[in-house]
Structure formats: structure tokens, C-alpha cells
Design a protein around this ligand. Structure first.
Ligand SMILES: [Zn+2]
Length: 454
């Protein structure tokens, strides 16, 4: 049966950036968009028996893309003290917890992250390359109805924790196992990628091997790059070295990319590399984007700059609406220039650029015939949407998930007025609480609740 989301204000994000005042998005039973256009003619063109969903007084947008999300960390949200020194985050807090995760913990953690994403309009995510048992996360993607790209923990230099020590060959074999294993699931909503943790944890042989593997498998390639300030122990790999390892290619996505030069930006643009900008993680992790970030320059050069929610101890949420808000406002203040990153650009970053960064530009990112029906429907019967003088400003600068009426992925409704239709949320939250308590018990850590010195 064909379904038509009818009579909404539709932000299509098509090549002309068409905005339909009374528009309809129709898709068939397998979730392919078959028509987008003015309601009167579009509805007349559909076959009898079409299910018409009244979306009058609603704004429709393409589903959002979170291009960098650590699913396994969700179960440790709030573990790292707010003022912990940057060089302690991983060794003192996160690595002991990651090393102690069970496949069941990862499953619950993934489901918690996906629940937040779906409730806030994210219909596609790319895991950040920190899964230990990727099959748990793959199962959750299939069950919850979201679209996901997975990566697994991949490094070959750190000797600790012992349980996570890997040789170059083991890492490459594991990445190949993920990409081929994900394909073997046959789920059209799942893709795999070759993703390295990066930031000084990969040998030259792993960098070269990963790029070659991604090329051979025709899979996306990604790593965190130039992320940490030198004064906080950040080690930088010159872009030329990444190029020699085969990384300067359109399949590559670099996350953070704060410590790059204007010449690097030109080189990334020339090579067709995408960037994942994680504004909330940059702020909380004192990355120094106000001084060093070049997001406007990247955008001006045509680099796809996607948005990433990052992690439960560096963001601490996976809400693309809040990322869009920051993308559209931070650089205005950093540069004292109101022309920096218009809200329209922030919306493109959350949709089109995200799709391109995940290698999914033909499938998602806009509402156009032939693409997948990933749609967020906002109700404008809410203070944050009135008056409706400027729909994109209202969406990017004002809207929260409270006004989300429904979320559709692949033509299937997964959120209805704040209720997840594919996740038993009360049961999930209960299980997450006990899994987190047991995890902290096993590693002997507690998030300190002491008030900061006054
Ligand atoms: Zn990250």
C-alpha cells in the first residue's frame, strides 16, 4: 500500500531546495519515495487505496543523520567527571569501562543511544568505530528500525587494556569481518565501514591497510583526526602522511578535524573527503574550535561537513537538533560575523552532508522520488513553532523534540508523539540502570557526586 504524508510544509532539501507550503510525500510499501510535490496534484496522481496521513499544521524534513556516535558508551553516560583532565578521560575512566563491557551491555547501550536518536529525529547514524561485539548493535539496528552504519574498535598501538590489545593483521581481519558480516545480514538499513579510532593509536601499517581494505571492499573509511589540542597531548599526523597511506579519497570521513590548516582544507576539498563536526563534544572536550575550527572554510570549499553527537561523556547526548543549533550559532560568535553558517546550511549538514559522509547520498538526505522514506514530522501546534514566519529558523534555532509528531524510517513509523513504537522504553531503562551499576561494580569505579569546590 502507498502511504502519503499529506498537506504538510515540506522542506525537501532537493537540488533546488524546494519548500512546499502544502506538500505531500508519498512512498510505497517497501519504503521508496514515489512522489513529492504540491498536495493537490500529488494526491490526484496516487492510486486508489493510498493511506493518507493528514500532516496539515506540520513541517516535514528529511530524517537527520548523526555521523559520529559511540553507541557502546551510552551505558556509561556521566561516568567521567566534568573537570577531569583531558589526558585522563581514556586511560582512567573510559578504557577500563569499555574493556569490561559484555555483549549484553553493548546491546543495551546501543538500544539506549538509538532510542534517543529516534526520539529526536535521527533516522541514520554512523557508529564512531568503538564497537567490540558489533553483532549486538547490528541486531538492535534491525529490531528498532533505524538506519545504521557500524564500525568496530580498531587500533594496533596501545598495549593497554590487555583485553583490547590487537595486532595490525587482527584489526584488519576484524574490520573485514564486520563489513562482510553486515552485508551478509541482508538488511538494507545496515552498512559497515572501516573505522579507526585514530589519534595516535594506529600504526602506519594499519593506516595503509585500512585504506586498502576499504577500497577493496568498496566501504566507507573513517577515523577521528586532529581532534585534541597539542597542549592537551594531541598528537597530529600531517595530512600528507594520511594521503600517503591512501586516505585522501571520497570514501573518507575525518571526524573533528580541528587542527588542520587552510591548505589542509583545500586538500581535503580537492580529494572529496568528508568531515564530521561534533560541536557538543568540541565544547565539552575543550578542543579549541573557537580559535582553530575551520568549519566555515570547509563549507565554503564544498567539503561535506556532517554533524556528530559523539559520546555519552563528551556531548553527552545524541540529539541532532541541538547539534544543528550549535552549528548555526557558534561560528557567528567566534568570528563576530552573522553570515557564518546560516540555519539552512546547518540543516543541510544534518541531512545532505550526513548522507554524503556515510556514502548514502543516493538513498537519503532529501525527500525526492527514488530515495528512502526517512521523514521527521514536526507539529507546529506548539509555542516553539509560532509564529511560522521562517520554518528553517524555527526548526534549527527553536524546535526541540517535544514538537516531533512522528518519525519514519524506510517508510515505517517508528515514533508517534514521543512514543517509540519499536522499543519497550520503560523496560530498556530499567535494564540499562542495572547493567550500568554492575559494570561500575566490576571495574571498581564510581562517578563522583561531590560538589565542585566553591
Ligand atoms: Zn568520538
Amino acid at each position: 500500500m502507498t502511504t502519503a504524508l499529506a498537506h504538510g510544509l515540506v522542506l525537501t532539501l532537493d537540488p533546488e531546495r524546494t519548500i512546499l507550503r502544502d506538500g505531500t510525500v508519498a512512498f510505497d510499501e517497501d519504503g521508496t519515495i514515489v512522489a513529492v510535490g504540491p498536495s493537490r496534484e500529488t494526491l490526484a496522481s496516487l492510486r486508489p487505496g493510498t493511506e493518507v496521513v493528514d500532516c496539515s499544521r506540520c513541517v516535514l524534513t528529511p530524517g537527520f543523520v548523526d555521523a559520529h556516535a559511540h553507541l557502546g558508551e551510552e551505558v556509561m553516560r556521566g561516568l567521567v567527571p566534568d573537570a577531569a583532565p583531558p589526558d585522563e578521560w581514556l586511560p582512567r575512566w573510559l578504557l577500563p569501562a569499555y574493556a569490561a563491557l559484555t555483549p549484553e551491555d553493548e546491546r543495551l547501550s546501543a538500544e539506549l543511544g538509538i532510542a534517543q536518536m529516534l526520539l529526536t529525529g535521527t533516522t541514520t547514524f554512523c557508529e564512531a568505530g568503538t564497537l567490540l561485539d558489533w553483532r549486538s548493535a547490528a541486531d538492535v539496528v534491525v529490531e528498532t528500525g533505524i538506519r545504521g552504519q557500524l564500525g568496530r574498535w580498531a587500533w594496533d598501538l596501545p598495549p593497554e587494556p590487555a583485553a583490547m590489545r590487537r595486532t595490525t593483521d587482527e584489526v584488519l581481519a576484524a574490520c573485514e569481518d564486520l563489513v562482510t558480516g553486515v552485508r551478509a545480514t541482508g538488511s538494507a538499513r545496515l552498512t559497515g565501514a572501516v573505522i579507526l579510532l585514530g589519534i595516535g593509536t594506529a600504526s602506519p601499517a594499519l593506516l595503509t591497510g585500512a585504506a586498502a581494505l576499504a577500497g577493496r571492499l568498496d566501504a566507507p573509511l573513517a577515523t577521528m583526526y586532529a581532534s585534541v589540542a597539542p597542549e592537551h597531548g594531541g598528537t597530529s599526523l600531517p595530512l600528507a602522511a594520511l594521503g600517503e597511506a591512501g586516505w585522501l579519497a571520497p570514501r573518507t570521513k575525518l571526524t573533528h578535524a580541528v587542527y588542520v590548516s587552510e591548505a589542509d582544507v583545500a586538500e581535503l576539498a580537492r580529494a572529496g573527503v568528508s568531515v564530521a563536526h561534533c560541536p557538543t563534544a568540541a565544547l565539552r572536550h575543550v578542543k579549541g574550535i573557537h580559535r582553530h575550527g575551520l568549519v566555515p572554510e570547509m563549507l565554503a570549499q564544498g567539503i561535506p561537513v556532517a554533524l556528530g553527537g559523539d559520546s555519552a561523556n563528551g556531548s553527552n547526548h545524541l540529539d541532532v537538533l541541538r547539534l544543528m543549533y550549535l552549528a548555526a550559532t557558534l561560528y557567528k560568535d567566534f568570528r563576530m560575523d552573522p553570515t557564518m553558517v546560516p540555519p539552512e546550511t546547518a540543516l543541510e549538514m544534518a541531512t545532505l552532508h550526513g548522507a554524503r559522509a556515510l556514502g548514502l547520498a543516493d538513498e537519503i538526505g532529501s525527500l525526492e522520488p527514488g530515495k528512502r522514506a526517512d521523514v521527521v514530522v514536526f507539529s507546529t501546534d506548539h509555542p516553539e513553532w509560532r509564529p511560522l514566519l521562517h520554518p528553517v529558523q524555527n526548526l534549527v534555532l527553536t524546535a526541540t523534540d517535544r514538537s516531533i509528531e512522528s518519525v519514519w524510517v524506510d517508510g515505517r513509523k517508528v515514533v508517534d508523539r514521543g512514543t517509540l513504537l519499536t522499543i519497550d522504553l520503560p523496560r530498556l531503562l530499567e535494564r540499562v540502570d542495572s547493567a550500568a551499576a554492575a559494570l561500575l561494580d566490576r571495574i571498581g569505579l564510581q562517578a563522583p557526586w561531590t560538589w565542585p569546590a566553591r
